[in-house]
Design a protein around this ligand. Sequence first.
Ligand code: PAF
Length: 282
Amino acid sequence: MKIVKTAKEVREIIKEWKREGYEIGLVPTMGYLHEGHKSLIDRSVKENDKTVVSIFVNPTQFGPGEDLESYPRDLDRDAALVEEAGADLIFHPEAEEMYAEDFCTFVDMERLTKGLCGKTRPIHFRGVCTVVSKLFHIASPDRAYFGQKDAQQLAVIRRMVRDLNFGIEIVGCPIVREEDGLAKSSRNTYLSKEERQAALILSKAIFLGEQMIRDGETDAEKVKSAMIGTIESEPLAKIDYVELVDWGTLEPVQTVRGSVLGAIAVYIGTTRLIDNFLSVRE
Ligand code: PAF
């Protein structure tokens, strides 16, 4: 497995692979990989001849005062995991490689990005769409893999790929959880022991909402209230949002029907965590 730092090197390798007729999977990441990322790499390795993993903490998706500088990084550990999983190439650019000093072209989206995480992170999805577009142009994958954990991101990228005719299959992969239910996230490393325990309130609320709908509840307000009540029972938790939205439009719903995303963002101390469930009902 190779690690390269420039778009030119990636392009040369991909060109050779395409000449051989290989299908290519891309797993975009910001590094500090965990089993959630591993599940994406495993799936890509299974479904493609070659897998590229990008590791890049993308500055344009972090707002002022967010955790760009403190975001955890460990390339050696990441490289070992990627190699072990059977991927073929890591693209690990510096910020200057991705963004020239006078960079001024962005990919923005008018819908899907305003609610949920977009409310507290207004420039986040512009940064995500921009960097993912760049990665798609650099690696020209046949398929790209994203976790359902970042459900809004997955919906936004699917829409971008459709709207801008990227011709890349976007594969969404299930949330991977710790044994006690907490969704795997690189940001879990910020939690103190006490906060780690308190963070279980997220999955508790998610499982409750999911179960209420499975049991036949269709009133979105009732489901939301129960989830909010659960989260508020934890003194270290502060709700950013609890929403039930249509999975196609990401607009809030009043009645649960069709495909509905239950999504939450909660501060545990100063760490903002997200979690969600997807309910598909005819
Ligand atoms: O999900 C992430 O880790 C990032 O948002 C992504 C897709 C790698 C873009 O920087």
